[in-house]
Design a protein around this ligand. Structure first.
Ligand code: TYD
Ligand code: MG
Length: 467
């Protein structure tokens, strides 16, 4: 008979305590500590794993054959945006987590990935613990997917799921989602910290022993009712976040952790009526309005930002107007609020632009968030352009961090950003002065600047009064 004891666990961060507490001392959230039963004895799965690992002995580092690792086998899905983020395809036998808000499109993405992998002859098992097999079939019909290599198993009981995995021995296993499956040997309900940790641990052992590439879906929850994917990030090989704006149709797949590749990749998709479509050229998504209107408008500029490893051209808009309030308003949408205040202070001190009686609104079009200092120069010029009511050349891209002294500081990945601006048909790019760096021959005109004052002069020459 298994010995059962209870513990109190925070459903937000996994903090454990012996007694009830109203507020979690670790993550400081209220009312998230819940009593959970813990089964001390090993479950059936652990028994299976002990059998599988019982022949293993510690090895000397020098005697480990590294050739094995040289040839890491990857399973490409053929969806370029997905393969790029995974570092060239999922690694054979790896355990991956895809996390995101409910309804963002995780199941849709995975079904599309599964269908592509199945076309390559791989055997897949899609365990759905949220939707019935019929619901998945309906989604597959909507996505125009059909396959003879893709098995659907709708169940929430981990022990039963494990039997099916052992019987079918698939190449790829999808668990949708980790918060809805449970081990009956544990006393707690599904979605609690103990259930999530135990199930993930067993999945890890299954993935490594049977060499099954596993993808776990995890919902990100802010209210703390269901334990979030944060608590299992350290257990898995790779963590991907699927995110997007509720009101916008584009979605981004980001890699937060990757034991087999880079973490700074970004994949972009758009949710359409028949599933997710890859966006090969994301800058166009954020520049649409701007490019249609070649005349430009006051207060609008284009900056070359960097998301992960990927250059993105984004439009920054600004609105400056006399304030009806005793103290003026500053509103930052998509840019850091404190950075905006800092840029306004530098504009006042170094350029002499006094906005103490005016409201300033700054917005990044497309609902994107850019927290990179490289967009400082763009924010400053957008404000200048609106404050003086003049149009900034719509065919020029801005790039540079503004120091408190009014100097323009260098930014990373500069050549990639120049190339992106050139690719999208811009004529000129203003960048920070480069020390000891010679650029190749670009078609786009590169202007190097040292001080914010220089930029203002340069911009005013090219700006024309809006009519
Ligand atoms: P889903 O993949 O079920 O989200 P998750 O698994 O992350 O909870 O996606 C659900 C949303 O996507 C739903 O609101 C409907 C929308 N959707 C489309 O717009 N087009 C489609 O082709 C599909 C399948 C879903
Ligand atoms: Mg889902």
């Amino acid at each position: 008979m298994a010995k059962v004891k209870t513990k109190w666990v925070c459903q937000n961060c996994g903090y454990e305590t012996a007694k009830y507490l109203g507020k979690c001392p670790d993550c400081l959230s209220w009312g998230t500590i819940v009593e959970e039963e813990v089964c001390i004895q090993n479950s059936k799965t652990s028994g299976l794993c002990i059998q599988n690992f019982s022949n293993q002995k510690p090895e000397l580092l020098s005697s480990i054959n590294s050739n094995q690792n040289d040839s890491i086998k990857r399973q490409k899905s053929g969806i370029d945006e997905f393969d790029r983020v995974t570092g060239g395809g999922l690694v054979l036998g790896s355990l991956n987590l895809i996390a995101g808000d409910p309804g963002i499109g995780k199941s849709t993405l995975l079904l599309q990935v599964c269908s592509n992998l199945a076309k390559n002859g791989l055997k897949l098992l899609y365990v759905s613990a949220e939707e019935s097999a019929i619901q998945i079939k309906l989604r597959a019909n909507r996505l125009n997917i059909d396959s003879n290599n893709l098995y659907i198993y709708a169940n929430t009981n981990f022990e039963l799921i494990e039997i099916q995995i052992n019987e079918l021995k698939p190449d790829i296993l999808i668990i949708d989602s980790i918060q809805t499956i449970f081990k009956s040997s544990l006393g707690s309900v599904s979605g609690t910290v103990s259930q999530i940790k135990e199930c993930t641990l067993s999945l890890m052992q299954i993935a490594k022993t049977l060499n099954i590439t596993t993808i776990i879906v995890g919902h990100v929850t802010k209210d703390g009712n269901i334990a979030g994917p944060k608590i299992l990030e350290h257990m898995v090989d790779s963590v991907f976040y699927f995110e997007g704006d509720k009101y916008k149709s584009y979605r981004m797949l980001r890699c937060n952790k990757n034991r087999f590749g880079a973490t700074d990749e970004l994949g972009m998709f758009e949710m359409e009526d028949f599933g997710l479509r890859q966006i090969i050229n994301p800058s166009e998504l954020f520049l649409n309005n701007h490019r249609q209107n070649d005349k430009g408008v006051s207060g609008s500029v284009v900056v070359a930002t960097n998301d992960g490893n990927r250059p993105l051209l984004v439009e920054i808009e600004s609105l400056v107007g006399v304030t009806p309030y005793p103290s003026p308003r500053r509103v930052a949408n998509g840019v850091d609020y404190n950075r905006l205040l800092q840029i306004l202070a530098v504009l006042e001190k170094r350029v002499g632009l006094n906005l103490s009686k005016q409201d300033v609104y700054v917005n990044v079009s497309g609902g994107l968030n850019i927290y990179e200092p490289a967009s400082d120069l763009g924010v400053a010029v957008a404000i200048l352009s609106c404050a003086y009511d003049v149009v900034f050349d719509p065919k020029t891209v801005l790039l540079g961090e503004i120091a408190l002294s009014g100097d323009i500081k260098n930014v990373t990945n500069i050549e990639k950003r120049i190339l992106e601006a050139q690719k999208l048909g811009f004529n000129r790019i203003i960048i920070p002065k480069q020390q000891n760096k010679k650029f190749k021959d670009y078609k786009i005109k590169i202007v190097e600047v040292e001080k914010l004052k220089e930029v203002v002069k340069l911009c005013m020459e090219n700006m024309k009064k809006e009519n």
